[in-house]
Design a protein around this ligand. Structure first.
Ligand code: NAD
Ligand code: MG
Length: 330
């Protein structure tokens, strides 16, 4: 395996951001966390939002210097675009494009709009990515606690010769270099991120637990037993994996669990599932998934809303709600 360079605090000694202004556009999960961390690290941070938007008052209450997006983009040297991926192009076209000038930097936390050719910055503008491997609340919680989440940086266009340093300094200011930051390309980040959330994390895990739960309930097992077995305990197993890897987990569970898991697991995630994973990745890499999702969004998210509604009524959800309210969380 090729050795990946991991950047820690000491590897970032430049001070390019000292006299630069950073506009964080959007104040949601990532915007709020990243703006607060960079500000606490002493950087000159402003926040660009819609005047009538729900986040405006929140950002003001948090002590942020808040202004409309065009104005933030005009004032800033670095424009860090943290509105949802599906509206980034519209926000960019309406409020940011006109404020870009040579020497400025356009920055992202996900490569979606660059990789799928929706946002193309003009010549002379740096295009970088600074992305946490974790949700916004985790970014903030760890930063405040003196540590940080793992991060990644990428440079799509280095117009000024120091785009990479800017990305690393931002990563440091958000605590990512306390944990470790690695470099990748926009394409690697965008495609692997979409694949991970579809096949394993958000899509894979939810379908796996639903299928397991439904199988037991269909055979007459009580729903609360199925819930504990196929849902609740997922966290305990994932914690062990996170802590020490596969072998560590196998070492903690019983030999019976290990033998059964090792022999049956590959039948559950068999050739058909692996084929489906290949197909999901093909669809991501070709841009077909991005196109499908943006069409769905343009269409008012009708299919998405339907799926949300349907799942609300799933017995796993109703059982879970009931069971969670009956037991103390440790
Ligand atoms: P979010 O949905 O939490 O927040 C979006 C914010 O953007 C809102 O609070 C609002 O302030 C603003 N906004 C929404 N619609 C807008 C519009 N039409 N015009 C102007 N402003 C609007 O988004 P997020 O999850 O923080 O994602 C931001 C970026 O970070 C995305 O590129 C995402 O892929 C990336 N990212 C997110 C996570 C995560 O865990 N949430 C992790 C890594 C990277
Ligand atoms: Mg991800």
């Amino acid at each position: 395996m090729e050795e990946t360079k991991i950047y820690h605090d000491n590897d970032v000694q430049t001070d390019i951001l000292k006299d630069k202004k950073i506009a964080v556009i959007g104040y949601g999960s990532q915007g709020m966390a990243q703006a607060q961390c960079m500000k606490d690290s002493g950087l000159d941070v402003i926040v660009g939002l819609r005047k009538d938007g729900a986040s405006w008052q929140k950002a003001v209450d948090d002590g942020m210097d808040v202004m409309v997006i065009d104005e933030a983009a005009r004032q800033a040297d670095i424009i860090h675009l943290l509105v949802p991926d599906e509206v980034q192009k519209e926000v960019y076209d309406a409020c940011i494009k006109g404020q870009l000038a040579e020497g400025k930097t356009l920055s992202f936390s996900h490569g979606f709009n660059v990789v799928f050719n929706r946002i193309m910055a003009p010549d002379g503008v740096n295009v970088i990515m600074v992305a946490p491997k974790g949700p916004g609340n985790e970014v903030r919680r760890k930063y405040v606690g003196g540590s940080g989440v793992v991060g990644l940086v990428a440079v799509e266009k280095d117009a000024t010769g120091c785009a990479g340093q800017i990305a690393l300094e931002m990563a440091k200011a958000m605590g990512f270099t306390r944990a470790g930051v690695f470099e990748c390309t926009f394409r690697q980040e965008a495609c692997s991120d979409l694949f991970g959330e579809q096949a394993v994390l958000c899509g894979g895990v939810t379908e796996l637990v639903k299928a397991g739960f439904e199988t037991l309930v269909k055979r007459g097992y009580p729903p609360h037993i199925a819930y504990f077995e196929c849902f609740h305990e997922v966290k305990l197993i994932v914690d062990l994996l996170y802590e020490g890897g596969l072998l560590h987990m196998w070492g903690v569970v019983s030999n019976t669990a290990e033998y059964g898991g090792r022999t049956v697991g590959p039948k559950i995630i068999g050739a058909e599932s692996r084929k489906a994973m290949e197909q999901a990745l093909d669809k991501i890499e070709s841009g077909a998934f991005a196109k499908e999702w943006l069409n769905e969004f343009r269409d008012g998210c009708r299919n998405l809303d339907e799926m949300r509604e349907k799942e609300k009524a799933h017995e796993l959800e109703t059982t879970g709600k009931r069971v969670r309210s009956m037991f103390e969380k440790s």
